[in-house]
Each structure stands twice: as structure tokens, then as C-alpha cells.
Design a protein around this ligand. Structure first.
Ligand code: BG6
Length: 297
């Protein structure tokens, strides 16, 4: 689909414009009275969200690959219909590397902009019971992400994992703490998936961290004393929270991530993975909603 074709259909002067972004991939740029944002059709990846007068809320690697069919390193990749590794298939599912269809752009009462995308039919999707996946992203004072999976089959359950893999900008990983996870069980991916219980009220990150917290619907806050703000990650329809920072050695192994970038990011991801995998009955819709806000410390 060419940019010109979209422009004619959906551009909103001063609010929504279309361009060829990095790697010449189709990109939608959003400007609202409160914020700026960007979304690529590749993986329906939101790559930018910044409130006026504040540093960006989302982290985007300077070393990301920018090629159709490759995941973007940063922003909000979508993990679906599986999370993590799956034998013979790409990590985190095909949704994050598929080019999504742009369905609709609307304005909200306070000048925000909602973009609705849909996952197209594909050979990968046809291996599952029939379903639709829609993604509605609203840029405004907050960033609101809604992933809607509908099982359209007549009589089959649809079993899947989903996760909005949000990368956040932080001033210094050594100067942040996370609240909202105390008491939750987690699978520790850097310790052979051992099952543990979070004991910290203010979780600090000072080494490679890769944890799947299960059975938790709590809001997580990232307290950032360097940027003097807290990022609030509120969620609905999500029982799992993943916390990830690759730290030094893993960062060095990742070709699409800078060796020096790990201190400036943390992933706090919301979804339903591992123990919380969903089984969606025929005709039902699963909504995964994340609202991202920031407040001064
Ligand atoms: C996290 C996983 O969600 O994503 C980690 O828990 C993984 O294990 C990370 O390393 C990044 O994955 P990828 O496929 O983008 O390199």
C-alpha cells in the first residue's frame, strides 16, 4: 500500500500524517494537543509516544532493524499468538512481524487520535481456529493500547498467549524502582524458570532480569528519580506482567540493540502468558488493555 493512497483516505491536517519511515516502511505520525506519537504498520508497532515538554515515554533502540517482516526493537511490539520461544517458529509470534491493515482513524473529544488496525488473514493465522485481531491505539494525554481478539469459529476454543511488550525510557536503570509486584509469583527466566515470590515493595534492577509474573492484574509504576517522574502502567484483561532488562552481556549479544542502551530502558509488559495462557470460547472476545501515564515524582 503506498503512502499516497493512505494520505488521500485518512490524513487529518495538523493531527495525522503518513510517511515512509525508517526502512521506507509505512508510518503514521500523530500530533495531539498533549503529545506526539508514531506507529508502523509493521507489527502494528507503536514506536514513539511523548508528552509535550517531557522526555519520550517509550524507548526505541538506535540499532533496531528496520525491515518488513523483522521485529522493531523498542516501542510496543505485539506478542501474539504466543509469547517467547516456540519450536520452529519466530519468538513472540507472527503478529509482531506481520504488516497490519489500517482500518480507521478517529479523533476523541479532547483532541486525541485513535488508530484502529487489523491483523490480516495469513497462512500463519489459518493454523488456528478462525479469529480476528484488532488493535486500537489512542494517543492523547495518555497512551491507550487495546488488543481485541475475537474467536469467530462456531464451536472451537482458541488457545493463545498475548502480550504488549512495552519498552519504557528511563533516566538510569540504577535509579529506578518498580512498585506493584510485591507478593506476586514469578518464573525467573535467568534462573532456569524457577518459581519464586516477589518480596520487594520497591523492586530494583541491578542485573539481567527476565521475569514472568503470573496471576497479577496490578498496576505497575516505574519510579524514576533521574527523570523525576513515575510511569504508570495500568492494565485490564491481563494476568501476567513481564519485566525485562538484558543488562551487559545479553545486550552485547543482541545485534539490534546497542551495548550501551540497557541503562536507559526497562520493559514492563502486560499480557496473558505461561500459566495465564487464555482459552477463548467460540464467539467470545478477549480484550487486553493498557493505559500508560506519567506523573511527576
Ligand atoms: C522478553 C522475554 O519479553 O523479550 C525475553 O521475556 C526476551 O526472554 C525479550 O529476551 C526480547 O525478545 P526478542 O525476541 O525481542 O529479542
Amino acid at each position: 500500500m503506498s503512502t499516497t493512497y493512505w494520505q488521500k483516505r485518512m490524513e487529518i491536517p495538523g493531527r495525522v500524517s503518513f510517511s515512509e519511515g525508517n526502512g521506507d516502511m509505512p508510518r503514521i505520525e500523530i500530533k495531539t494537543p498533549h503529545s506526539t506519537g508514531e506507529i508502523y504498520l509493521n507489527g502494528a508497532t507503536v514506536t514513539h509516544f511523548q508528552r509535550n515538554g517531557e522526555p519520550p515515554i517509550l524507548f526505541l533502540s538506535q540499532f533496531s532493524r528496520w525491515a518488513a517482516g523483522q521485529p522493531i526493537r523498542g516501542g510496543v511490539p505485539i506478542c501474539f499468538p504466543w509469547f517467547g520461544a516456540q519450536e520452529g517458529a519466530p519468538q513472540h509470534g507472527f503478529a509482531r512481524t506481520t504488516s497490519w491493515d489500517l482500518k480507521e482513524i478517529t479523533q476523541t473529544a479532547d483532541g486525541g487520535v485513535s488508530v484502529r488496525l487489523g491483523l490480516p488473514e495469513s497462512a500463519d493465522a489459518s493454523l488456528y481456529p478462525p479469529f480476528t485481531a484488532d488493535y486500537v491505539v489512542t494517543f492523547g494525554k495518555q497512551l491507550t493500547l487495546e488488543l481485541l481478539i475475537k474467536n469467530t469459529s462456531a464451536d472451537q476454543d482458541f488457545s493463545f498467549e498475548n502480550c504488549l511488550h512495552t519498552y519504557f525510557t528511563v533516566g538510569d536503570i540504577n535509579a529506578i524502582s518498580l512498585t506493584g509486584l510485591k507478593g506476586a509469583s514469578f518464573l525467573d527466566k535467568v534462573d532456569n524458570l524457577s518459581r519464586k515470590v516477589e518480596t520487594s515493595q520497591n523492586l530494583k534492577i541491578n542485573q539481567e532480569t527476565d521475569r514472568i509474573y503470573v496471576d497479577t492484574a496490578s498496576t505497575v509504576e516505574i519510579h524514576d528519580s533521574k527523570l523525576q517522574r513515575r510511569i504508570v502502567v495500568e492494565k485490564e484483561g491481563s494476568q501476567s506482567t513481564v519485566v525485562w532488562n538484558p543488562w551487559v552481556a545479553k545486550a552485547q549479544q543482541m545485534p539490534d540493540f546497542g551495548n550501551e542502551e540497557y541503562p536507559n530502558m526497562v520493559c514492563v509488559e502486560s499480557g496473558n502468558v505461561s500459566d495465564n495462557r487464555l482459552v477463548l470460547p467460540a464467539g467470545k472476545t478477549a480484550m487486553l488493555k493498557v493505559v500508560i501515564d506519567s506523573l511527576p515524582l
